[in-house]
Design a binder for this molecule. Structure first.
Ligand code: SAM
Length: 329
């Protein structure tokens, strides 16, 4: 276990030997198989105003869309036919989808025997409970940053404490719980990134998604001058440290990494990652889920090719954290 000081030292240095260490730990604890999660971005409507996100409700330039419940279910069925064993339902915080509607969608999708991950933002304990009872298995809610002041600045009308409470509620309800952070936000310090990694450990998160911050021109952070490549390298390091601290969890090679660097996912998969989330949303909507510009498109066929080129194999389980134990060497 690294101390906070050690994590800061690693993140501040040019030495990237931890990437190799993370790869070795990944191999030992979760093996060479890669879990695929079929991502359905079912609505880009959002009631929030997060400063970095292109879906924020104040962005009037974005063309909004939402899939109908039938379209969501059909897309999930197609994903199952393609061999996917987990369906991820992601959206902005779109209140059109009441908990009742969401529960009906979940119940219908569960009939095809897949794991369901939700990534639909903050809800009350009761709502999370209803979604769990309907059959949802996992939930992704990034903390984004553990720097409370920065968090509150970037998320008007939201609170850091509530975000943390949501994560502990999800854990206590038995969801496999995923969180994660953005790397390279303005005024984000190396110390706060170290705190992020320690927060993941403290929560004992089951999944961690880490992505470089990519400025979106139609947001308040659109004109911020950032070193995109530095953000990429730092995000890979934060991810590697996370693997070293939370050995058996599921860590995706994120789309944001691939967006910045054409080899981003391959680098991530060789530095601790063991999950890819190919996008199975209908093509006509994919470019509209514009959280940041030029979002890389994770096509299933290309993803499978990438996995075989790496000499890794496709998982034949639903890919729960506990499934990883069977691959342990
Ligand atoms: N509404 C849900 C939520 O808040 O968890 C899920 C959708 S949200 C668009 C998914 C993730 O996109 C966020 O957790 C955030 O980290 C990421 N994201 C948004 N804007 C981004 C940007 N400009 N650069 C990189 N990642 C971004």
């Amino acid at each position: 276990m690294f101390s906070k000081e050690e994590i800061i030292k690693i993140l501040s240095s040019n030495d990237d030997s931890i990437l190799k260490t993370a790869d070795e730990i990944r191999k030992k604890y979760v093996g060479d198989t890669i879990h695929l999660r079929g991502l359905i971005e079912f609505s880009n409507y959002c009631n929030r105003t997060c400063y970095y996100c292109g879906l924020r409700c104040e962005n009037k330039s974005i063309q909004r869309y939402r899939l109908s419940p039938e379209e969501i279910i059909e897309t999930a069925q197609k994903g199952k036919e393609l061999g996917l064993q987990t369906i991820v339902l992601q959206s902005g915080e779109d209140y059109y989808f009441s908990t009742d509607i969401l529960c009906k969608i979940i119940e219908e999708i569960k009939k095809i025997d897949v794991a369901i991950t939700l990534s639909i933002g903050e809800k009350s304990y009761k709502e999370y409970q209803q979604l769990k009872n309907a059959g949802a298995d996992r939930y992704l809610l990034r903390i984004e940053t553990t720097d409370k002041t920065l968090y509150n600045k970037l998320h008007p009308n939201m609170s850091y404490e509530n975000r943390v409470e949501c994560l502990y509620n999800l854990k206590s309800l038995g969801f496999e719980t995923g969180t994660g952070c953005l790397v390279g936000l303005p005024n984000q310090t190396i110390e706060s990134l170290a705190n992020d990694v320690l927060f993941f450990k403290e929560l004992n998160a089951d999944m961690i998604g880490i992505g470089p911050f990519i400025p979106h021109p139609d947001t308040p952070l659109g004109n911020i001058n950032v070193d995109i490549n530095k953000n990429f390298e730092l995000s890979v390091k934060v991810m590697a440290l996370t693997r070293i601290l939370l050995k058996d969890i599921n860590i995706p090679a994120t789309t944001a990494m691939e967006t910045i660097n054409p080899k981003g996912q391959t680098i991530a998969l060789n530095s601790g990652a063991n999950v890819i989330m190919p996008n199975i949303t209908m093509e006509k909507y994919q470019t509209k889920y514009n959280i940041y510009p030029n979002k890389s498109n994770q096509i299933l066929s290309k993803t499978k090719n990438k996995i075989s080129l790496l000499g890794r194999t496709l998982s034949n389980t639903k890919g729960y954290r506990t499934d990883n134990k069977k691959n342990r060497k």
